[in-house]
Design a protein around this ligand. Structure first.
Ligand code: GLU
Length: 466
């Protein structure tokens, strides 16, 4: 049996960070078992679903690199209405479903009674039973279609994350599967598509646990093979509350991109959020796929930890290929109005500075002064730029100028420091910091000899002359 999983977002907004983790686990489970990971857009709510949101989801999935195996043939529920309708008719024909003509008022009464008595809401008024006389069909009322849930016994499944779950059938309402206008309802569409797509493992958020017994019973009535279910606990914010935009949480996947998070770092972080492989914190996606199993998914909610995300991001930046990193940093430099031109390769700059930043924006800032001298912070000027600094920098520039072009290396530049400081009667810091300010326009740089070496003699002397 080929393992088939799916990610089934509703396109009603952005791609949620929790959704990406659900997608990641579904993807990793399928890949671990050599199976398929499929994408299904749950757009039956025609009013709330938008093409813009579909595009955002597809772009988000592309950005993180969770590629669906049915990419050229994504399932859109809005295109499956004829199929849903046919199966609703089939259930009616086979006696698994029936028409219900209840009015809003009747349903409201039932709801109040059920609340008082703690039973299922619908009193099965229109459910045909042996020997039962149904009410007369009211004129001019379009009926809904309800599914005949079992009344006796329990519906149980062995949840691959939460363990055995069983729900008494008496608590399950005879679910509406088609509205009065004939459109199918949410749970029914999910069931039909899971069946038609041959989904073997439904891995989704645990906000769907209550839907599962309903879906299992409908699948059985359709004669489908039941999938396994794995319900993932929620991701909470740092305060232990549900993640929400209103609480100021970073929710949409695009916000993480804007923050300068690498997709592989985000996936690494999300993988580890609610799943563990010993003490491993930093890993690649091939490793994750190799290690992933549902047994090690935690059954309790996890909390976001922004510091840890940034730490993992920094680790991935350090491990990244410089040419690949350059492609990501370049647009961020351009955003800062900095043109990367001349002979100084961004890749080489990155090799020197990439262990100094936790995100791509900060990394771009670390690269920026190589291409355009920065404006020093006032505090740094006050601290490091004394009255003697301008003249001293000119004297050091003269020393640098004596170094032949072919000897312009960090080591050779370094050997100039000690004799210069001795001659000036100063400590090394009195040279290094003003030199950084004069050449880079910032006090925060890696080892100054390495910076000068990389920047090149001509550029350094030009800047010192300004
Ligand atoms: N469309 C549902 C959601 O976005 C997911 C349904 C499912 O995975 O079964 O929450």
């Amino acid at each position: 049996m080929t393992v088939k999983t799916r990610f089934a977002p509703s396109p009603t907004g952005y791609l949620h960070i929790g959704g990406v983790r659900t997608a990641l686990y579904s993807w990793a489970f399928a890949k671990h078992h050599g199976g398929e990971f499929l994408l299904r857009i749950e757009d039956t709510d025609l009013e709330r679903s938008t093409q813009e949101s579909v595009d955002i989801i597809l772009q988000g999935m592309d950005w993180v690199g969770l590629h669906a195996d049915n990419r050229s043939n994504i399932v859109y529920q809005s295109k499956n209405f004829p199929r849903y309708k046919a199966l609703i008719q089939q259930l009616l024909d086979e006696g698994h479903a029936y028409h219900c003509y209840c009015s809003k008022e009747e349903l409201e009464e039932m709801r109040e009674k059920a609340e008082r008595e703690g039973t299922a809401t619908y009193d099965r008024r229109w459910r045909p039973e042996e020997g039962k006389t149904l009410p007369p069909i009211p004129a001019g009322v379009e009926p809904v279609v309800r599914f005949k849930m079992p009344i006796e016994g329990v519906t149980r499944w062995n949840d691959l994350v939460k363990g055995e779950i069983s729900i008494p059938n008496a608590a399950l309402d005879d679910l509406i599967i088609a509205r009065a206008d004939g459109t199918p309802t949410y749970n029914f569409c999910v069931v039909v598509d899971d069946m038609d797509m041959g989904i073997t493992h439904v891995i989704r958020g645990d906000d769907h646990v209550n839907n599962t017994p309903k879906q299992i019973n409908i699948l059985e009535a359709l004669g489908a093979t039941l999938p396994e279910y794995a319900h993932l606990p929620m991701i909470l914010n740092e305060q232990g509350k549900k993640i929400s935009k209103r609480s100021g949480d970073t929710v949409a996947i695009t916000e993480y991109e804007d923050m300068g998070i690498l997709p592989e770092a985000l996936l690494n972080y999300l993988a580890r959020l609610g799943w563990a492989h010993g003490d491993d914190e930093f890993f690649t996606m091939p490793q994750f796929v190799q290690w992933f199993d549902l047994e090690h998914v935690s059954a309790s909610p996890s909390r976001m930890d922004g510091k840890k995300l940034m730490w993992i991001n920094a680790e991935h930046i350090k491990a990244a290929d410089n040419a690949e990193l350059a492609k990501l940093v370049l647009p961020r430099l351009q955003q800062q109005g900095i043109a990367v031109s001349g002979s100084l390769q961004l890749e080489d700059v990155l090799a020197l500075v990439k262990d100094r930043a936790h995100d791509l924006n900060a990394l771009a800032t670390e690269c920026a002064y190589f291409y355009r001298k920065g404006t020093p912070a006032e505090a740094d000027v006050a601290k490091h730029w004394d009255a003697e600094a301008p003249a001293r920098m000119q004297r050091f520039a003269a020393k640098l100028a004596e170094l032949p072009e072919q000897d312009w290396t960090a080591e050779n530049i370094h050997t100039l420091f000690a004799p210069f400081c001795e001659a000036e009667g100063i400590k090394m810091g009195k040279l290094g910091m003003p030199l950084r300010l004069a050449v880079c326009g910032t006090a925060k740089t890696p080892s100054v000899d390495a910076v000068l070496a990389l920047m090149g003699k001509e550029e350094v002397l030009k800047r010192l002359a300004q």
